[in-house]
Design a protein. Structure first.
Length: 544
């Protein structure tokens, strides 16, 4: 419990630093905020952009199709795409989102509140002859205290009578309870006020054009993936690439989550970084393993520790309707109880479900091999495009529907994981040499919003002029920050909190020797370099 409390405390500190230093703000805050929506401030926008750029560079634009990467079954091509957020509504029928993209929710008849069925937690509590399932929506560290408080209130007992309560088993989610007559809803005073779980489609609906009739509805995309599938043929025909190849896309997705929570972890508007990788069915299992391992390694190269990451293969019953195999890369977010992990990215083997569904009509996921789902008249339940989305291998002459491996990452969840990992408190000497607690965001230099800060040691003797020259020169190549206000120790502290990996100081010696010091955020080591070699030295350190 102590461990959990300190984890939660660190989450509170991270949230507070994010607001104080301009990483993240609640959307529409001056109007009271909008739940599930977040704005990135001046530091946050740079962090998230750096994350997306790193992904794009490492997965797509920097890929060398002539070299076989370690662990890959062969060489392959990678290209990019930027498709629209609003697409033809038929796409979501064939993808399965129209019929199957839902969560279960329960409504409370007393409080009029709505909850996600699997997110309401509770515990069976008895007193004398009565046994009640007392629920709560409290965060993990407050859950037991809240259950006890509510149980005491319900049984009309006083806090000193807590011993009279008998618990039956540990806390669990509401979806393990079959019948709700003995359930005390999270905001209810009486039993049995929760409705049976009902389906709730997570897609945001909108209308196209001025008339906006029932025929003109459309959806905001809940994933970027479908934009890639429906452009498969366009990309193939317009680029000189062959299977195996991947199409990468970064962009906004929208899901009307019933209970958005845990900071940006579950938002209603978020960004995804997705690859759809098209390969021959015979080699698809090998490609699945390649992408799974490569994506896990990527998070580590940017600073997530292996101990905070978990690779979790889904059990057969957990697999999505299209999936032959899926693994989640999970991270030990500090808002979760110790030992629990939250999804950062899913790597799914989707077989040929998507391309065939967009060709032939939505497939029935329960059939093996999958066949088109039919309506009561024996016609396809959702018609496909009728376009040929098969691939012909020029060398062997074989025609086949490629299989798809999909590494699907969230840019916001990624940014949140890197923020959590970066947060540290340690001790560093202040300007008088006295050790002081400092908050330092140990972000990887590639992700850091500001790469270097430039300071004149004092505001006189020509130091500001030289520092400003250096600042102007560096700014051509990287995000830098100039600061001459307050004592240099305080300026260091501010940059440590912003995650700036290097501070450049112009001092008396700089004026005569044309050198500056570079202070390393993590080691606090100061090295002197020639001004003429500074830019190259910083670039070397940032990319290293
Ligand atoms: N195309 C497959 C797909 O969309 P997903 O597991 O639903 O799969 C992929 O989403 C990733 O998108 C997740 O691993 C997560 O990082 C991110 N994501 C999904 N829903 C999200 C939400 N409500 N808020 C923030 N990120 C989300």
């Amino acid at each position: 419990m102590k461990g959990l409390l300190s984890l939660m405390a660190s989450m509170e500190k991270i949230v507070s630093l994010c607001k104080r230093r301009g990483f993240l703000f609640q959307s529409s805050e001056i109007y009271g905020g909008l739940q599930g929506f977040w704005d990135y401030g001046p530091l946050g926008v740079e962090l998230k952009r750096n994350l997306k750029d790193a992904w794009w560079r490492d997965m797509c634009s920097g890929h060398n199709e002539m070299v076989q990467p370690a662990g890959a079954p062969s060489t392959f091509d990678m290209v990019g795409l930027d498709s629209t957020i609003i697409m033809h509504p038929q796409i979501w029928k064939c993808s399965g989102h129209y019929d199957m993209f839902h969560d279960y929710m329960v409504d409370c008849r007393e409080s009029k509140k709505r909850y996600r069925h699997d997110q309401v937690r509770g515990r069976w509590v008895s007193h004398q002859e009565a046994k009640v399932f007392v629920t709560t929506m409290a965060e993990a560290d407050e859950e037991q205290a809240e259950i006890q408080h509510r149980a005491l209130k319900y049984f009309k007992l006083r806090p000193k009578d807590a011993e009279a309560l008998v618990y039956d088993g540990p806390s669990t989610t509401l979806d393990t309870v079959d019948e709700f007559s003995q359930v005390l809803g999270p905001d209810a005073k009486t039993l049995g006020t929760l409705t049976e779980p009902r389906e709730f489609n997570l897609m945001f609906k909108t209308t196209i054009g001025a008339l906006g009739g029932e025929e003109d509805y459309a959806f905001l995309r809940p994933e970027t993936a479908q934009g890639i599938f429906v452009n498969f043929k366009n990309v193939l025909d317009s680029s000189r690439i062959n299977v195996p190849f991947g199409i990468a896309q970064v962009g906004k997705s929208f899901r009307n989550e019933i209970t958005p929570r845990n900071f940006t972890f579950r938002s209603r508007e978020f960004e995804q970084m997705e690859i759809e990788f098209f390969c021959h069915p015979n080699s698809s299992q090998d490609w699945y393993r390649y992408w799974r391992d490569r994506r896990l390694a990527w998070y580590q190269t940017l600073g997530l520790s292996r101990e905070s990451l978990l690779m979790r293969e889904h059990a057969a019953e957990e697999l999505a309707h299209y999936s032959v195999g899926t693994a989640d890369i999970e991270y030990a977010f500090p808002f979760l109880p110790k030992g629990e992990y939250g999804e950062l990215e899913g790597i799914a083997h989707r077989g040929d479900f998507d391309l065939r569904s967009h060709m032939e009509g939505k497939l029935d996921p329960s059939t093996r091999p999958m066949v088109v789902e039919l309506d009561e008249f024996g016609k396809p339940r959702h018609r496909g495009s009728g376009r040929d989305l098969t691939y012909r291998d020029d060398i062997t002459g074989e025609r086949f529907t490629p299989h798809v491996i999909e590494p699907s990452a969230g840019a916001d969840r990624g940014a949140l994981a890197f923020l959590c990992e970066a947060y540290h408190e340690d001790e560093a000497p202040d300007e008088n040499g006295k050790p002081q607690t400092r908050v330092v965001m140990k972000l990887h230099p590639r992700l850091a919003p500001i790469k270097a800060a430039v300071f004149p040691l004092v505001k006189k003797d020509g130091m500001p002029e030289l520092a400003q020259e250096i600042y102007a020169e560096l700014k051509r190549d990287m995000a830098v920050f100039y600061d001459e206000k307050s004592a240099v120790g305080r300026r260091y502290r501010r940059q440590d909190e912003a995650g700036t990996p290097y501070c450049i100081t112009v001092d008396t010696e700089s004026l005569t020797t044309q050198t500056v010091t570079i202070r390393d955020r993590d080691t606090l080591e100061q090295t002197r370099v020639k001004i003429g070699e500074l830019a190259a030295e910083l670039k070397r350190r940032i990319s290293g």
